[in-house]
Design a protein around this ligand. Structure first.
Ligand SMILES: NC(=O)c1ccc[n+]([C@@H]2O[C@H](COP(=O)([O-])OP(=O)(O)OC[C@H]3O[C@@H](n4cnc5c(N)ncnc54)[C@H](OP(=O)(O)O)[C@@H]3O)[C@@H](O)[C@H]2O)c1
Length: 237
């Protein structure tokens, strides 16, 4: 049976690499397109024919998320795998440099509420799946117990909030047969600063390999929600 996935923030970085990886595994992918001017997704289209469908999607905008869900529902009766990957870094001010409340609220809106909006909007489609797999790209930056930074308030808080959202979704949907992947992908050379990173440990394409393996494989204990990193290590959250 062909499996169907939705990926947010699929234009570049990890989301693009996850989209490519799913296609190579034979999945049909609805790729959330936030940057229509970025060419990479469009360049994949000829190769993948009707396996790849581009869907305009701003996870920070309720109407956009609803429209994306409606457009997928026009073509599909179910979605098997939802990957909430879209994320922004936002302000990086340290204490004493002035706080940008609006920027922090937008980071929360995209990184935390975006994931929740997606689950809510796609629920009728994921309910119809036998897999019912919800994946969330979080970060060690949201882990309170092991926090080591002294700034980046918006980003850290947004990922902590995302982790809580996932826990509440787990409590609600695990009894319905849903399975969850909460994931820290490692330090990647993505585009979170607006331009491609140069100093990080991994290319997004490298990071996507363990991420995708973890997202699609079965876990022994689906009844325990865990935050797992790219090396398979478990983080408190
Ligand atoms: N990079 C790292 O080292 C690292 C570490 C831990 C966790 N993560 C997490 O991994 C995920 C992917 O990171 P990445 O490095 O691949 O980032 P990236 O290269 O910036 O890719 C994220 C994609 O999401 C898009 N996006 C931004 N706002 C959006 C919105 N409102 N709706 C839909 N898409 C939106 C981005 O567009 P723009 O480029 O226009 O913003 C970009 O195409 C994020 O959730 C991030 O927090 C990253």
């Amino acid at each position: 049976m062909e499996r169907i996935a939705v990926v947010t923030g699929a234009d570049r970085g990890l989301g693009f690499a996850l989209t490519s990886g799913l296609l190579e595994r034979g999945w049909r992918v609805y790729a959330g397109q936030y940057l229509p001017e970025w060419p990479a997704l469009g360049e994949l289209l000829p190769q993948w024919d009707d396996k790849l469908i581009l869907v305009p999607l701003d996870v920070g905008d309720e109407a956009s998320v609803q429209e994306a869900a409606a457009s997928v529902a026009e073509r599909e009766e179910r979605v098997d795998l939802l990957i909430s990957n879209a994320g922004i870094r936002g302000e990086t001010q340290a204490l004493g440099e002035g706080l940008d409340d609006a920027a922090m609220a937008q980071v929360y809106n995209v990184n935390a509420l975006g994931g929740l909006r997606m689950v809510e909007a796609f629920l009728p489609l994921t309910d119809a799946s036998t897999l019912k797999r919800l994946c969330f790209v979080s970060s060690e930056a949201g882990c309170i117990a092991l926090a080591h930074r002294d700034g980046g308030f918006g980003y850290g808080m947004s990922k902590t909030a995302l982790n809580m959202i996932v826990k509440l979704l787990f409590n609600s949907l695990r009894p319905e047969g849903y399975t969850f992947r909460l994931y820290h992908p490692g330090w990647m050379r993505g585009y979170m600063s607006g331009v491609k990173g140069v100093h990080a440990d991994m290319e997004p394409e490298e990071a996507a390999v363990p991420a995708l393996a973890y997202f699609v494989q079965e876990r022994e204990d689906e009844d325990r929600l865990v935050l797992i990193d790219y090396l398979g290590g478990e983080w408190p959250f």
